[in-house]
Design a binder for this molecule. Structure first.
Ligand code: HEM
Ligand SMILES: [Ca+2]
Length: 624
């Protein structure tokens, strides 16, 4: 028994409770347990990620908790969001919306070297690695007209609404002073002890294309035709077209066709949202487009494999194509994409650049493959800064076609992908349009119009959501991570000048009471970027660490030798030829691309014919 008195702090109580394991109690049934592994030497991954680590078969499985780089920071050491360090004496933490309008701006700052494919592939990776469940949207945390709910109506367990300042430069015209925010669901702790609130991943923690195949057996099953190893596709509407993703339910109950005033055509019930391994495939047309490339590649691989191995049945064709496609995605990520994001130098430092030949031996069975909460809640959201608010479609001559669109008209509106020829034009657009630089600029399409309902003229603010999500998840402040990443811990605001421009430091001084209060997301995206990378030193460190973990803790990582899922030397040599440009060439009707598709066209990266050896193809003969 505990005696609660003034001399016992919340921290002491929390610490005492954390010693108690539920495994020894009648509640042990709710403890997450290691599932039995029927076939630990299978060359194929399970769909839910279990049994990748044989000794800890639950590690990395879908619907398990994120791990943390640093201990959580909750005000009550259990679950309530942190407060300002000196809140009794000084100011409370600023509203995330106030931080957003004070610090970020929407300024067109296109990169001169990096294409929008870098953003799009990043979001695709995000949807492979991460999906944090929250209570369904039916709960409202503000009144219908955007005002705070009275205390008796607010559900404090599920809601953490964001206060919008009365004089907000945008929302005030709509009378909005409250932004909807649902807390992420709490997760059962893997250690099955009492303790502070953790969050969980609905997806498999591995880079295993759960975004294509699903993160559990049932989802995976529903996506298969059960014939010749193929995944389901939409019925063809036009014989000139290649296949599209299968039709799915609409997310957030929104139709996937454009409103008449935007598209000029009647909203049509024939236009369906798409279905894929992750539920967010219809969030924008270009997300759906990138999913489609991988879907088509799976089906292309099954066709080729069936020709080489006429005796293989549906299951064998599905699993072999899946194994190859995952290897391709891992190779593209580590060989092409990650070097653009964290820079080649960091890749070298961490030993993350793929080998040119031979096998790697870097598997570490003691390393927990889980995604870290800091990566989820802050670091990997750097990608929001890359997003273009306006986009155009491009033809093969790299000329703009049609009118420029703004993103707000296109959240969940995938109709455009159905128009014959458009998917190809999106693919060219992603290879032509530059990303926005990560310089604490965010498009208003995300900061004022996120998921805007066309009936209203405002949406949510993704920067504010990201900051609030960090507090919801108990993420400590930026200063704690500086130290973890080898920077000097700041003792005052001016100490931040080694990483953050002084104009932003001055804004932080106006918003926050102490240098220990600054939220990780906003400081991370305010850092000056490291030369040769897209992010500053703190996010570079955190993203690098996560991808190191993803590589070393995955028993099925594509270039390992001596594991159940290892390829032969000849097979691995073929996989190493693959690039995103090759996948896009093979799975569209576009005839030419630049070989390095994450990089802008230049004298050293010119547009070449898809048949050119500058975009090497892999042969499937070693699979015969
Ligand atoms: C048009 C592009 C994008 C849109 C509209 C978008 C939108 C969103 C939204 C609404 C959330 C949930 C925010 C919250 O309530 O916490 C989110 C989360 C997230 N986003 Fe994005 N995003 C985009 C692109 C990207 C990119 C390019 C990346 C990375 C390179 C990225 C990484 C993440 C991550 C890691 C999360 C956390 C996911 C989770 O916890 O389930 N996003 N995004
Ligand atoms: Ca995954």
């Amino acid at each position: 028994m505990f005696l609660f008195s003034d001399t016992v702090s919340a921290q002491q109580v929390a610490s005492a409770f954390s010693q108690i394991s539920l495994r020894d109690t009648s509640l042990s049934g709710i403890c997450p347990a290691n599932p039995p592994c029927n076939n630990p030497r299978s060359p194929f991954r399970t769909l839910d990620g279990s049994c990748n680590n044989i000794a800890n078969s639950i590690w990395g499985r879908s619907s398990t908790q994120y791990i943390r780089l640093l201990e959580s920071d909750y005000d009550d050491h259990v679950s309530t969001p942190r407060k300002a360090k000196n809140w009794r004496q000084g100011r409370e933490l600023p509203s995330p919306r106030l931080v957003s309008i004070s610090v970020v701006h929407d300024e067109n700052s296109p990169s001169d070297s990096t294409t929008l494919w870098t953003m799009q592939f990043g979001q695709f990776m995000d949807h492979d690695l991460i999906s944090t469940p929250a209570t369904p949207d039916t709960i409202t945390c503000c009144t219908d007209d955007g005002k705070p709910l009275t205390a008796d109506k607010l559900d404090p367990v599920k809601c953490l609404p964001i206060a919008i300042p009365q004089d907000d430069p945008f929302y005030s015209q709509f009378g909005q002073t409250c932004m909807q925010f649902l807390r992420s669901d709490g997760a059962p702790r893997l250690d099955c002890r009492f303790g502070s609130r953790e969050q969980m991943n609905a997806n498999t923690h591995f880079l295993d294309l759960s975004v294509v195949y699903g993160s559990d057996d049932k989802t995976a099953e529903d996506l298969r035709t059960k014939e010749n190893g193929k995944l389901k596709v939409s019925p063809l509407r036009n014989h000139h077209e290649k296949h599209l993703l299968p039709e799915g339910e609409s997310p957030l109950g929104r139709p996937c066709s454009l409103a008449r005033e935007i598209s000029g055509v009647e909203e049509s019930s024939e236009i369906k949202c798409f279905n894929a391994g992750d539920g967010r495939s219809s969030v924008t047309p270009s997300m759906a487009v990138s999913q489609t490339v991988f879907l088509r590649e799976h089906n292309r691989l099954t066709g080729e494999l069936a020709k080489l191995n006429p005796s293989w049945n549906d299951e064998r064709l599905y699993q072999e194509a899946r194994r190859i496609l995952i290897a391709q995605a891992q190779h593209i990520t580590y060989n092409e994409w990650l070097p653009v994001v964290i820079g080649r130098k960091k890749m070298q430092e961490l030993g993350l650049l793929p080998l040119q030949s031979g096998f790697s031996q870097s598997y570490d069975g003691n390393l927990n493959p889980a995604i870290t909460n800091e990566f989820v809640s802050a670091a990997f959201r750097f990608g929001h800064s890359l997003v273009q608010g306006r986009y155009s479609l491009f033809n093969e001559q790299r000329q703009k076609v049609g009118t420029e669109k703004v993103l707000r008209q296109h959240f969940f509106r995938t109709q455009e992908v159905y128009t014959p020829g458009n998917l190809d034009k999106f693919l060219i657009s992603l290879a032509t349009t530059p990303v926005q630089n990560v310089d604490n600029g965010f498009t208003v399409e995300l900061t004022n119009h996120l998921f805007e309902d066309p009936a209203q003229r405002f949406g949510a603010d993704l920067v504010a959501l990201n900051i609030q999500r960090g507090r919801d998840h108990g993420i400590p402040s930026y200063n704690a991570y500086r130290e973890m990443c080898g920077l000097k811990k700041a003792s005052n605001f001016d100490d931040l000048c080694d990483t953050i421009p002084s104009v932003i430091i001055n804004r932080f001084k106006m918003l926050y009471d102490s240098v220990d209060d600054i939220d990780l997301f906003i400081a991370g995206t305010s850092e000056r970027v490291v030369e040769g990378a897209l992010v500053g030193p703190t996010f570079q460190c955190m993203i690098g660490q996560q991808f190191l973990r993803l590589k070393r803790s995955d028993r099925y990582f594509y270039d390992l030798s001596g594991q159940a899922g290892s390829f032969t030397q000849a097979q691995l040599d073929e996989i190493r030829k693959v690039s995103l440009a090759r996948l896009v060439c093979d799975n569209s009707r576009v005839e030419k691309f630049q070989p390095l598709i994450f990089k802008s066209v230049s004298a050293t990266n010119p547009i070449v014919d898809c048949k050119s050896s500058s975009i090497p193809s892999m042969s499937l003969h070693p699979w015969k």
